[in-house]
Design a protein around this ligand. Structure first.
Ligand SMILES: Cc1cc2nc3c(=O)[nH]c(=O)nc-3n(C[C@H](O)[C@H](O)[C@H](O)COP(=O)(O)OP(=O)(O)OC[C@H]3O[C@@H](n4cnc5c(N)ncnc54)[C@H](O)[C@@H]3O)c2cc1C
Length: 536
């Protein structure tokens, strides 16, 4: 790192700093309007206005960079003055990752950093700006007969930088690993403006040396700003979704366990949706297939291999009493993979608890999800999820909550509850952000790993300017650390209160309260939406 001296670490965004930012990116890309600052003050998770009491979540200024060079210059300005810099992709994550905690500069990466630099058919890789959506990258690769191995189901709007930074589980991950597993190279801007090239564009990282792709990936934007990403991509072959209906969801455990222990069957994606999920879609007036619990297995590769894999999975399902359904339903559910929470259309807030557990406990955990809805007096949205890898299953049981009242926030008690239950099955909650930063210690059993991560953060970001208050140190505006003890007490208290409150009735209340059916249509008629272009 360069030794740029600090001038004044007051965290204050002065008119001089605004002028410097304007000189770097142009006046039209520096925005201090109150309305915009408010809109950029939270991510997809709805926050009641009282959240502002705890966090300084309105940025002082929203900046729209276009190049890595500009990112570097912005970082230099922030480093010298101690101003916080929050990288924001499409803000679809929901754990407060792209929500500022100390005001400062909000970097809107999705506005102008959307360029695809190259798709290399010979070396099978693609390089794009970090603010580019997964959808745009997927489409550019498909034109060349190439497959992006995995992506989040929010791919129509989620950005490369956002998913690499959260390193989650997504479609394609069962066969090709997580987003960061497919990263060949990145240009990452450190807190003082230094640009680090983390790997190699066209060959793998097969050598000794610290793996910087893995270090910056999954860092939730706390170690540096990712400017560009080069991904490994694959020959596409055919993609064939196949769906099976199960009367009893727990009977899916048989085929799941057989698939994960098979030496050669490796589907692209293995997912499930329960009967509540479909029932609620019908309640919300949406189309849903006529099935009970749906098991979706998507195969990819050369047609003859796909046919063989399909016949093997058919036999596993038949033995477990499942029934193959039409290719129309299978294709529909595959196409719907980015719309798991469509029921929001009915005007209800729906939030998932996202946890991973050992796949060997899959059936027991289904029971735990339903039990959790009952214990926490939640209205069940449904249980959806996917197999992350041979030993890991990701569950996203989702529920309905009132987004607009502070009391509605108590619904998050279910997330704390499910995180604790997941531990009994060798698992944990996914992601930290601001709201779950205290889990860093519990996830690593309060051992030295969490301390090492804090030391790395301090070393790479000595002025604490890159996404402060996240992942390694959840903090309120008063500097109160959201430690595991404080959050442990808070989480238990929230669970206690939730159990005392009357059961949730958000879905039916909201159906009366909103007229979203017509409002949505009116809204859709009045605007042109092109997914992947940021217009949604
Ligand atoms: C309908 C729906 C489906 C979803 N499906 C999945 C899924 O299948 N799998 C999954 O893992 N998640 C899923 N998510 C969660 C979320 O969409 C993903 O994590 C997504 O990849 C986040 O991308 P984003 O661009 O919105 O990032 P943001 O939410 O903007 O940011 C996420 C984090 O990354 C950091 N960040 C963003 N850009 C950069 C950058 N350039 N450099 C450094 N740090 C950066 C931010 O500071 C923040 O900490 C889903 C969400 C929704 C709403």
């Amino acid at each position: 790192m360069k030794s740029n001296g600090a001038e004044n670490l007051s965290r204050k965004v002065t008119p001089e700093i605004i002028a410097k930012l304007e000189a770097i990116v142009g006046k039209e890309n520096v925005n201090t309007s109150e309305m915009d600052r408010m809109l950029y003050g939270h991510d997809l998770a709805p926050l009641p206005k009282e959240a502002g009491l705890a966090f300084n979540n309105f940025p002082d200024v929203v900046v729209r960079p276009s190049t890595v060079e500009q990112l570097s210059q912005i970082a230099m300005v922030a480093y010298k003055s101690g101003v916080a810099v929050t990288p924001r992709g499409a803000s679809t994550w929901g754990l407060g990752g792209s929500m500022p905690t100390a005001g400062g500069i909000l970097l809107d990466m999705s506005a102008k950093m959307r360029k695809i630099h190259f798709v290399d058919k010979v070396n099978m890789c693609v390089k794009a700006d970090a603010g580019c959506t997964w959808k745009n990258v997927i489409e550019a690769c498909e034109k060349e007969g190439l497959l992006v191995g995995s992506y989040p189901s929010s791919f129509p709007s989620a950005t490369l930088g956002g998913w690499v930074s959260t390193s989650g589980v997504g479609p394609g991950g069962y066969k090709y690993g997580s987003g960061r597993d497919n990263v060949l190279n990145m240009e990452v801007v450190l807190s003082d403006g230094t640009v680090v090239v983390s790997g190699f564009d066209k060959v793998g990282n097969n050598m000794s040396g610290y793996n910087l792709n893995q270090l910056f990936g999954g860092a939730e934007g706390t170690l540096g700003i990712i400017g560009t990403v080069t991904l490994r991509v694959y020959p596409i072959g055919v993609i064939k979704p196949v769906a099976y209906d199960f009367q009893n969801i727990k009977d899916m455990a048989g085929p799941i366990n057989k698939i994960v222990s098979h030496p050669s069957v490796k589907p692209l994606h293995i997912a499930w949706s329960d009967s509540y999920h479909f029932e609620n879609q019908r309640r919300a007036g949406l189309h849903a297939p006529d099935v009970n619990n749906l098991f979706l297995v998507t195969f990819q590769g050369a047609p003859e291999f796909v046919a063989l894999e399909e016949s093997i999975v058919d036999s596993f399902v038949e033995e477990a009493g499942g029934k193959k359904v039409s290719s129309e339903i299978a294709n529909h559910e595959w196409d719907e993979r980015c719309y798991e929470y469509r029921v929001r259309k009915a005007g209800v807030g729906s939030i998932p608890a996202e946890v991973v557990i050992e796949t060997s406990h899959w059936a027991e955990f289904v029971d735990e999800c339903y039990k959790g809805f009952e214990v926490m007096k939640m209205e069940a949205g449904g249980i959806v999820g996917m197999i992350a890898d041979r030993s890991t299953s990701m569950f996203m049981p989702y529920y309905f909550k009132d987004d607009e009242s502070l009391l509605g926030m108590t619904a998050f008690a279910y997330n704390f509850y499910m995180g604790e239950v997941a531990k009994k099955y060798g698992g944990r909650s996914l992601g930290f952000g601001v709201f779950f930063a205290s889990n860093l210690d519990t996830t690593h059993d309060a051992g030295p790993a969490a301390e090492l991560m804090r030391d790395l953060k301090t070393f790479l970001d000595p002025h604490d300017v890159i996404n402060p208050g996240h992942l390694v140190c959840g903090k309120t505006r008063f500097g109160i650390s959201l430690s595991k003890n404080l959050m442990g007490v808070g989480g238990s208290l929230m669970q206690g209160i939730k159990k005392l409150l009357p059961a949730n009735t958000t879905f039916s209340d909201n159906l009366d309260r909103f007229r979203y059916d017509t409002l949505e249509e009116e809204k859709e008629e009045s605007r042109v939406v092109e997914y992947g272009k940021g217009t949604q």
